[in-house]
Write a new protein. Structure first.
Lengths: 214, 214
DNA sequence: CGCACAATTGATCACGATCAAAACCAGTGG
DNA sequence: CCACTGGTTTTGATCGTGATCAATTGTGCG
């Protein structure tokens, strides 16, 4: 099953047009934009990993998605950004004014395909996460997530997870303890290796995908 | 907090254009379209309640959203419908060819607003459901859901739930037993009344919303 | 070194799933 | 009108998983 991580491989028009205004660098933890801020530009991730986070009225933090190089994020709900975007790793990104995007869309041959390339990543991420969270069992959820990360950034062989376990926990709606324990199970099976506390390597994507299917 | 139910109050262009091809009636349980089918038309719900359902690879059924009169659904992921749409109650709907929609969008003044009116309902529903499922506690989830239904179809006073408890369970990723027991709690508090087994009336929307906030 | 934070491990507990059965309701046909 | 059927709701008893609480270890950084 596919999960809550965008797989927008084909960007809107290949790349952003020449008027690439900013090409910015961020360090882990810095934010690209804030939930509720007025949205006036889109963000194209050039390198690194970005997470989208939402806070409930009571202050509970949820990670609603992860985004990777090639993804375009920042399409508003109404006029505001629908989440806060934070750099997980070092991140570099470029921006494009939202107005320009609107014009660009108008000239696109197949509007639907174009939408598929921009609206998709963030909204689709939420949709797929809802399917993920609808499934029961910590191991199934974890493996579904890992399988999706592998499909997105893996080379078919080993894959190193780019985000900390706390983020995975916040994404999967579980506690860090449960995430850690589930990782240990996978380690005991031999499907992952845990190196240096923060660096988890997935050794057998196939086995992971199989475990994800209940 | 807002939830996984669309609140697309303002339809795309008021109504579908004159070439309203079909105006169809459905009885409970019948489907509007199937997940995976090639998408060639949009559906505008005129009356009744529709649910979107997805099946995981293992056959688990999930209700991913509820849609109400005024909502436009059927926008594809790629070229296929992303879920199966089923009538919960008696439903009447009209359709519009997807090609026509694409042209119509092209002529829209504010493309973003237009997107907000069509892409929004279904994708946004998934996004909000992911936030809902990310919260812990059966009562909190139930009340968040109920509060949202009231906001969507309620008149401010009492509201009668239009969907069976099994659907609510499938939407909230809980068992029907848990849904039922949670309803009984609310009944004991006096915030809902259960009439005739299938007909649940929400008496105190305010209290519900309060309980939803943990 | 010492600080702050993430990860790890263990012990306990509670919530919701599961299993089982009965009650309720709608629809159908005798 | 009543008996029968199928599906939903209801209620009860038990069980298991993951949350919670608490404490230790590991890691990066000033």
């Amino acid at each position: 099953m596919r999960l809550g991580i965008s797989d927008n491989v084909v960007p809107l028009h290949g790349d952003f047009p020449d008027q690439r205004l900013h090409m910015t660098q961020l360090t882990p933890g810095q934010t690209l934009f804030w939930e509720g801020d007025e949205a006036n530009q889109l963000f194209r991730i050039e390198s690194g990993v970005v997470r989208s986070v939402n806070f409930s009225a009571e202050g509970e933090r949820q990670v609603t998605g992860f985004f990777f190089p090639g993804d375009v994020i920042g399409l508003p709900r109404g006029h505001d950004y629908r989440y806060t975007a934070e750099a997980v790793t070092e991140v570099s990104y470029s921006t494009q004014p939202l107005k320009g995007w609107s014009e660009e869309m108008r000239c696109t041959r197949d509007l639907n395909d174009a939408l598929f390339g921009t609206v998709q990543p963030e909204l689709e991420a939420g949709y797929m996460r809802s399917l993920l969270l609808g499934r029961q069992g910590a191991l199934v959820r974890m493996c579904s997530f890992l399988a999706d990360v592998c499909a997105r950034i893996g080379n078919g062989e080993e894959t190193v997870l780019p985000m900390p376990q706390t983020d995975i926990a916040a994404y999967l709606a579980m506690t860090p303890e449960t995430v850690c324990r589930t990782f240990r199970k996978l380690k005991d099976i031999g499907t992952v290796r845990i190196e240096k506390h923060d660096c988890i390597r997935i050794l057998e994507p196939g086995r992971i995908a199989q475990l994800a299917s209940h």
